[in-house]
Design a protein around this ligand. Structure first.
Ligand SMILES: [Zn+2]
Length: 500
């Protein structure tokens, strides 16, 4: 029999073999193999839990090695594995001697088995390494679908080990999306203060998961539009669910599978640190960009974020993975998020409204230089919330919650079917090179624009065609894409000022 624990470090995590030996000597437990203080404390918890559950600690000196010994072990998830190893070597319980066990769980002093971080990743790792069975906290394990070939046993107390281990059945996931999965939480009527065009632009962004920047003076409806976008509870495809569960499991989100059927919405404050946004730290924790994987990352007051966060956003906005490293280790987290940002047009907020702007040109230039053309470019859709859009024609636009849900699901399904050809899950992530090959006519049509503008226009046009139920975009879609990408900001040429 071999017992393994799990070290939730990075996206993959590491399986840790638990080796145990009892020698003659002063009674005590020695823990080696680079345990950090949270793992060393496990000795006291395990000792108390074993005694309080009616078992005994073997006499003699117990040596426990955590292998591979060169990697620092963190977290409280080893408690159960250590306790089981001690109980097995002293013949107080018996496990099948030919099998490999992954054992997870923190122990309370009274012997209750508590939740651990990184459980979905641990189950994946166990299946990959041909582990026979996983023993862990019953409540937490019940929420996840175990991989085929791995037996999963859920326990509530350490004393449950005396009984035959109860097996948990794997949960069957649904195969696709249905229109009722994508509900609109609030009725559209409650957003009637927003212009039709703003709602339309927001919905297009949502349908293709395009990065979108909401620009406008205070009170022009940016917050309402953010709420409108959040009111769509985007579902999570079962195909992508495993990754999202794995990431949220690493930060101790124990809600289980039910909560994750919906795409995640993250709304970090502008004081968030660089590591908090992109991931990292001692245990290589995922950042906000990864926690919003397959969902929405909302950055209100974009200009207030640190400059290095603003420039750091550029790469993950285009790539689906972000590499995070520390001195001795690196890992990659998925980060296929849709960025929704909102900002004023100037530091005082007056620009773009009927009132006065109190900023001098230097302040204005500093404000927009911080955002920069490179970041602004990566927002496919830019919405000016104070724009007069009465005369913009919106062909085929539905403004009814039920119908809207249907077209959004249809658009999502089309993107899913096309994902092998486009190399992306969502239209908002299709690269310019692929668009050039897929739509050569549209590409050459827009030769006066920069490559990034062309790519963005075609990406939006593809989403517009999806919303209309057509296979390929046409010139009409392209001109509407132009309205969505280049809003009329009135007399102030913001895009000109930052070189866009
Ligand atoms: Zn101003």
């Amino acid at each position: 029999m071999q017992i393994y624990g799990f070290c939730p470090v990075g996206y993959e995590g590491i399986l840790v073999a638990i080796e145990i030996e009892v020698r003659k000597g002063i009674p005590g437990i020695d823990l080696v193999g680079l345990p950090d203080s949270s793992v060393r404390e496990a000795r006291e918890r395990v000792r108390a839990a074993i005694r309080n559950s009616g078992f005994s600690i073997p006499r003699g000196r117990i040596l426990i090695n955590l292998r591979p010994a060169g990697i620092r072990k963190v977290g409280a998830s080893y408690d159960m594995a250590l306790a089981v190893a001690i109980l097995c070597i002293s013949n107080q319980i018996t496990l099948d001697s030919h099998k490999k066990y992954l054992i997870l769980g923190e122990l309370s002093l009274s012997g209750e088995v508590c939740e651990v971080k990184g459980l979905p990743g641990a189950l994946d790792m166990a299946a990959k390494h041909k582990i026979d069975a996983c023993i862990g906290p019953a409540d937490q394990l019940g929420g996840y679908a175990p991989d085929a070939g791995l037996r999963v046993h859920g326990l509530r107390r350490l004393t449950d080990l005396l009984e035959p281990l109860p097996s948990l059945k794997s949960a069957e996931g649904e195969a696709g999306l249905s229109s009722d999965a994508l509900g609109i939480v609030e009725e559209i009527g409650s957003f009637s203060n927003l212009s039709r065009f703003s709602r339309y632009a927001g919905t297009v962004a949502l349908a293709g998961r395009h990065h979108v920047n909401l620009l406008g003076p205070p009170g022009s409806g940016k917050t309402s539009l953010l709420e409108y976008l959040q009111s769509f509870s985007l579902p999570l495809r079962p195909d992508y669910e495993g990754e999202v569960q794995r990431i949220s499991g690493l930060v101790g989100d124990f809600e289980g599978v039910e909560k994750h059927r919906k795409a995640r919405v993250r709304t970090p404050h502008h004081t968030t640190s660089f590591e908090g946004m992109f991931g990292g730290g001692r245990i290589l924790r995922p950042g906000e960009v990864s926690l919003a994987h397959c969902g929405m990352l909302i950055l209100d007051e974009l200009s207030a974020f640190q400059a290095k966060i603003l420039s750091g956003l550029r790469l993950p906005m285009e790539q689906s993975w972000i590499s995070v490293g520390r001195a001795d280790m690196s890992t990659s987290f998925p980060c296929d998020f849709m960025l929704v940002a909102a900002m004023n047009l100037c530091p005082c907020g007056g620009l773009g409204s009927d009132g006065y702007c109190l900023c001098d040109p230097r302040q204005l230039s500093r404000y927009w230089t911080k955002i920069g053309a490179a970041l602004m470019d990566r927002f496919d859709i830019r919405i000016f919330t104070n724009q007069d859009t009465q005369d913009v024609d919106l062909p085929g636009w539905v403004d009814h919650a039920d119908e809207l849900s249907m077209v959004l699901v249809e658009a999502e399904n089309r993107q899913f079917d096309r994902r092998n050809a486009t190399g992306s899950r969502y239209n908002g992530r299709i690269s310019g090179l692929i668009l050039r090959d897929m739509y050569p006519d549209l590409w050459s049509n827009k030769s006066s624009y920069s490559a990034r503008d062309r790519a963005a226009l075609i990406r939006i046009a593809v989403t517009l065609a999806d919303l209309d139920g057509r296979d390929s975009p046409n010139d009409g879609d392209l001109s509407m894409a132009g309205c969505l990408r280049f809003p009329a900001l009135g007399p102030f040429d913001i895009f000109g000022m930052i070189g866009k």
